[in-house]
Design a protein around this ligand. Sequence first.
Ligand code: FPP
Length: 252
Amino acid sequence: MLSSSTLSIPACTDVPRHLAVIMDGNGRWATKRFLPRTAGHVRGVQAVRRVVEACGKRGVEYLTLFAFSSENWRRPKEEVSLLMRLFIQTLEKEVGKLEQQGVRLRVVGDLEPFEPKLRDLIRLAEQRTEHNSALNLTIAANYGGRWDILQAMRRLLESRPDLAGTPQAIDEAMLADHLSMAYAPEPDLFIRTGGEQRISNFLVWQLAYTELYFSQDYWPDFGAKEIDAAFEWYKTRERRFGRTSAQVSGVV
Ligand code: FPP
């Protein structure tokens, strides 16, 4: 992890350096139009394109999208397989564009249960874009915040078996270095669309001091205008990281 909000105070800028998004409301968007829920996911891909482009233009460095949670396997079989097909199609179609736009793509989560074709496409897309740095796009797939903390602890103990005998020697930074997004700063801004106000096991560790923005818009309706509204709100936030308001404004 690049910096930790609990160990030091990160620099704050008007535009969030790292934006994390829960893309919610695809199903309701479709149901409202008497369409199958899956039609909402298809339209959701267009919103992904718009938001990636808007974030690139506004100078966001890291954009992380929650595409499929560890708990989403509980959905009807047809919806899960449509989502898998959509990931495959989107990767096949978009990777060239991402490469040209300077976007570096990474996928985090437990990829083991995905079909080999999808895993291969993910690896290939990551390789094809690894030289890019304009925007770091992370797709969280079969991801869960608790899974991430657990796998980080397991990997830490694998690399440092001596720590099992001296657990008091384990510190935050050691664990954070093994989280699946150790390459990124913690999110400055979190957006959840679709009107719900929950974290839903997203970046549980990293959201400790993130500003939380909840939008009533369904994800397929989200785009540049809605991103601007969220960024305007973000600009008004006083990020105190445990300090008092007077300390932040330099009065004391
Ligand atoms: C939540 O809406 C959305 C998902 C679980 C899937 C998100 C997937 C996409 C936006 C499309 C593919 C993305 C990529 C990156 C290729 P919901 O179904 O829970 O909506 P609801 O709450 O209205 O039912």
